[in-house]
Design a protein around this ligand. Structure first.
Ligand SMILES: NC(=O)c1ccc[n+]([C@@H]2O[C@H](COP(=O)([O-])OP(=O)(O)OC[C@H]3O[C@@H](n4cnc5c(N)ncnc54)[C@H](OP(=O)(O)O)[C@@H]3O)[C@@H](O)[C@H]2O)c1
Length: 271
């Protein structure tokens, strides 16, 4: 375990459950102070109390905010300032994605996914990134996915948002090289979370990593100042290679076949 997180204040988006919850717990275990952000206030408060009790601290913060709201990111940044909170590590983890054939799935959840995964991440990065650069220290972890590396039929808009996060993170990391601010994207494969809750799609638990393991390996990679993190099992990283080597038409057909095997072409909402 790399425990270089003492004295660090980390803002974790999407901390109410799943991978974000695991990031918050692991950061606290490594000595960081955490600011928990999501929409579900009760879950955040319960987690904050759990962290404070486990580590004998009383400084875990909760910010209830909706990153897809028009003024959501702006309100969150204002609240950080009003409370006198200075962020050293921005962990852009909140994300959602719709599964199923693009045209037969409702549009609104897909627009929300673009708003959360792309616009919300951009807005927080713009505001907090500028403060980090002004101080000449700290960093940003953007949670992308192995879905970023190729088009994914039946997760078409989700994979496109993650391709955005991959491209944006690599470009920003280079822009900020030499400023003292480190930017790293993390690309997990499948994780055993409630990501597909409310739909007929499921995550195959035999190939999914645990959120705890993904959180720990991401934080190890960030502590080592890695340019990129592949925190999942080895095969998840290997699955990003065909897209770099094969013609894109071949890659997209292969990706479609894999997603059809997971029945994602038949995804419906559960009532
Ligand atoms: N699970 C996987 O297989 C997998 C694989 C690769 C990458 N990822 C990525 O990992 C990240 C975490 O995913 P997960 O599996 O942990 O998903 P999850 O269990 O569904 O958790 C998503 C988190 O995002 C928050 N959130 C959703 N909408 C929000 C909004 N409008 N404003 C603020 N927060 C919002 C949720 O909290 P509230 O509902 O309380 O707001 C929740 O805390 C995502 O970026 C995802 O794309 C997941």
């Amino acid at each position: 375990m790399r425990d270089d997180y003492r004295g660090v204040t980390a803002l974790v988006t999407g901390a109410s459950k799943g991978l974000g919850r695991a990031y918050a717990l692991e950061l606290a275990r490594r000595g960081a102070r955490v600011i928990l952000l999501a929409r579900s206030e009760a879950d955040l408060r319960e987690l904050a109390a759990q962290i404070d009790e486990a580590h004998g601290r009383q400084d875990t913060e909760v910010i209830v905010g909706d990153l897809t709201a028009q003024d959501g990111p702006e309100r969150i940044v204002r609240e950080l300032h009003d409370r006198g909170l200075t962020v050293d590590l921005l962990l852009n983890n909140a994300g959602m994605g719709s599964a199923g054939p693009f045209l037969t799935r409702p549009l609104q959840p897909q627009l929300n996914s673009v708003s959360l995964n792309v616009s919300g991440l951009l807005a927080l990065t713009h505001a907090i990134g500028a403060e980090l650069v002004a101080r000449g220290s700290g960093g940003i972890i953007n949670v992308s996915s192995t879905a970023a590396f190729q088009p994914l039929p039946y997760q078409a808009s989700y994979a496109a948002t993650k391709a955005f996060v991959l491209s944006f993170s690599e470009a920003l990391a280079e822009e900020l090289r030499g400023t003292g601010v480190h930017v790293m994207a993390a690309h997990p494969g499948a994780i055993a979370t409630g990501f597909f809750d409310g739909t007929s799609a499921t995550i195959d638990s035999r190939v999914a990593d645990t959120p705890e393991g993904i959180a720990a390996r991401t934080l190890d990679d960030y502590a080592r100042r890695r340019a990129v993190s592949y925190p999942g099992r080895a095969v998840t990283r290997a699955m990003t290679w065909p897209a770099r080597l094969l013609p894109r038409t071949a890659v997209v057909r292969l990706a479609a076949a894999l997603n059809r095997r997971m029945r994602l072409h038949e995804t419906v909402d559960l009532v």
